[in-house]
Design a protein around this ligand. Structure first.
Ligand code: 5RP
Length: 229
């Protein structure tokens, strides 16, 4: 296991320890969230009883394979705790960029339905300003995406349609496209999130403003808890 993967494992296990019997848990997506799923699978084998709402098909498959009970919004209208990764975490506010893994729309629906969202990452993801290292992924309708892309460009983004490994346009679990929008470091994430959301053709952006109640961040000195200031 690489050092980076070991940090993800540490923080994944720390987050999985927050899950209690009877909870409805939002299950995140990505390499860090995979460690949460694996750790929760182990806890289920030891008798933990909870249900999960996954943020992607691949997290659902991984969770089911480990014996985690999966439910949906048809039967459950509240989520007690969501644990998910992030691509950038802003120090101080805990605003996030998410979606490099392609699951941002489901992730935001699950986060919005959650009483508490805990974000997990290694300390390379902490930034002073969102947009410093990664683009903001925006999930858009495939129909008319070129027009939507031009409007996102009008907000100052350099827009790149995401491709899959074969060079075809990437398709999300919801059958949509992702436009990766590189902004200079973002001065006002709340305003930008609202401006992006106002463009017709946009389903959601990967800006998660005011959603995380706690960050668990792994670094050389172990796992640190960070709350929004
Ligand atoms: C997927 C996400 C992931 O949480 C994010 O990309 C972080 O992934 P990883 O833990 O693999 O770095 O937002 O849409």
């Amino acid at each position: 296991m690489s050092d980076a993967d070991d940090l993800k494992r540490q923080v994944g296990e720390a987050a999985a320890a927050l899950v209690e019997n009877g909870m409805v848990v939002g299950i995140g997506t990505g390499s860090t969230a995979n460690h949460v799923i694996d750790s929760l699978g182990e806890r289920v084998r030891q008798g933990l009883d909870f249900v999960g709402i996954p943020t992607s098909r691949r997290s659902e498959e991984r969770a089911r394979a480990l014996g985690i009970r999966i439910v949906g919004f048809d039967t459950h209208d509240r989520i007690d705790l969501t644990i998910d990764g992030a691509d950038e975490i802003a120090r101080g506010t805990l605003h996030l960029v998410k979606g490099l893994g392609g699951a941002l729309l489901r992730e935001k629906i699950v986060a919005a339905a959650s009483r508490r969202m805990v974000v997990i990452a290694d300390d390379s993801k902490l930034v002073d300003h969102l947009g410093s290292h990664v683009p903001v992924p925006v999930e858009v309708s495939g129909f008319g995406w070129e027009s939507t892309a031009r409007q996102l460009g009008g907000l100052g983004a350099r827009v790149t349609p995401r491709q899959d490994r074969n060079g075809s346009l990437f398709v999300t679990d919801g059958g949509n496209m992702i436009l990766d929008c590189a902004f200079a470091p973002i001065a006002d994430p709340a305003r930008l999130e609202a401006e992006i959301a106002a463009i017709v053709g946009v389903f959601e952006s990967g800006l998660f403003v005011g959603r995380a109640a706690l960050a668990l961040v792994a670094g050389r000195d172990g796992v640190v808890r960070i709350e929004p200031e």
